[in-house]
Design a protein around this ligand. Structure first.
Ligand code: UD1
Length: 381
């Protein structure tokens, strides 16, 4: 009889990554603990429903707080759960506060840790996620890697190669599994979207916490809305600063509540371009073939630039880059994304001249089964 597995999930991107792993491990004894880092219906429950995730066995309901308060509350909540369940492995996902909190508690209790999406690095320690990633990898017995360069990053930090498994990208498993449900016509009708629009999502502290940066961002978004309709499903984090800066004070800019997974990806698929500071959306647009302008000085996902549609832009570069992406018309109003051409080289023409777009290696919808196979072998000793 194998020891049980505990999955710790906390925030929106975790749910999308965990769904294929939990599904592939369905024959094992597994428990899902939700830390409650994200708690709004539209940031959490809707993802569990749409992705077919099992109802969490436990919800710690930690809610929001400073980094120290939130991380500490998760740790305090997890310790008795791990004691009670004696897992043979704790699986953590991505780079959020729930990830490092769970890895730290498990490691101190002598419980092995598996990290899904290990080895990504922005080399920017001002990002809380970079701190979480680096420390989680040091504490992990199994490092599941989505992208080849992550293997080198882990080696550089002294992580032994026999802990590292290049398995592909479970977020892309979820995308591929649900591909038929991303109906751009339905979502356009449901939200009364125009034929041609840019979709923006912005929530990084560096972009939305300061009123000064927030005001400049809003000015740039209004300039994009002068070019074409702009829709913004707004993360709760940015709401107060961006709305105070007059975000929705433009006739062609629409602010929406956060969308569920299916509607969100359908809206991305139908967009002429995406403006974002998210990590996962850089990957999803790469597969869907939608031009992606990432408002950040760096990315921990460079493969989305070398293989995909992503481009890093400063606030000063954002509007010219959007103009160019719209002029190139890589993704027409009917949302003909690039997924149909997966595997081949496709011109997407971002940032001048047609760049060769290739699907990153092992982003083939099979990461979940690969992870499950390694986990089952590990638990069998
Ligand atoms: C977290 C992750 C970030 C990830 C993002 C995806 C960390 C350090 N950051 O950022 O990497 O990209 O999730 O969404 O873990 N809030 C609500 N309702 C919710 C959740 C949050 O209103 O359900 C508001 C609260 O005001 C909260 C703020 O959003 O204070 C920030 O939430 P938090 O979980 O601390 O970080 P995120 O910005 O969501």
């Amino acid at each position: 009889m194998l020891q049980p597995i505990v999955h710790v999930l906390g925030a929106r991107p975790n749910f999308v990554k965990a769904a294929p792993v939990i599904s592939a491990l369905r024959d094992a004894e597994q428990t899902v603990i939700h830390t409650g880092q994200h708690y709004d219906e539209r940031m959490s429950e809707i993802f569990f429903r749409e992705l077919g995730l099992p109802e969490p066995d436990v919800n710690l309901e930690v809610g929001s707080g400073s980094h120290a308060a939130q991380t500490a509350a998760i740790m305090i909540g997890l310790e008795p759960e791990f004691t009670k369940r004696s897992p043979g492995l704790v699986i953590v996902y991505g780079d959020v506060n729930s990830t490092i909190a769970a890895a730290l508690v498990a490691a101190k209790m002598g419980i092995p840790v598996a990290h899904v999406e290990a080895g990504l690095r922005s080399f920017d320690m001002t990002m809380p996620e970079e701190v979480n990633r680096r420390l989680t990898d040091q504490l992990s017995d199994l490092c599941f890697v989505t992208s080849p360069e992550a293997i080198g990053h882990l080696a550089d930090e002294g992580v032994s190669v026999d802990r590292v498994y290049f398995v592909g990208n479970p977020m892309i498993d979820t995308l591929m599994k649900n591909l038929d449900t991303f109906d751009t016509a339905r979502v356009r009708a449901a939200y009364e979207l125009p034929d041609r629009y840019v979709l923006a999502t912005l929530h990084r502290p560096a972009n939305v916490d300061s009123p000064r940066v927030g005001a400049e961002l809003v000015r740039r978004l209004h300039e994009i809305a002068d070019l074409t309709d702009l829709i913004i499903p707004l993360h709760p984090r940015g709401r107060s600063v961006l709305m105070a800066a007059g975000l929705d004070d433009h006739p062609r800019l629409r602010v929406l509540d956060p969308l569920g997974y299916i509607d969100f990806i359908a809206a991305v698929r139908g967009a002429a371009a995406v403006v974002t500071d998210s990590g996962g959306i850089q990957e999803e647009t790469t597969i869907l073939g939608v031009p992606c302008l990432t408002v950040r000085p760096n990315t921990e996902r460079p493969i989305t630039i070398t293989h995909g549609t992503n481009r890093l832009v400063t606030l000063g570069e954002l509007v010219p880059a959007a103009r160019k992406a719209l002029a190139n018309g890589a993704n027409g109003a009917n949302g003909a994304g690039g997924i149909g051409s997966a595997g081949g080289a496709v011109g997407v023409g971002l940032g001048g001249g047609a760049a060769a777009r290739r699907i990153p290696p092992l982003w083939d919808g099979q990461a979940g089964p690969r992870i499950a196979e390694v986990v089952m072998r590990y638990l069998s000793g």
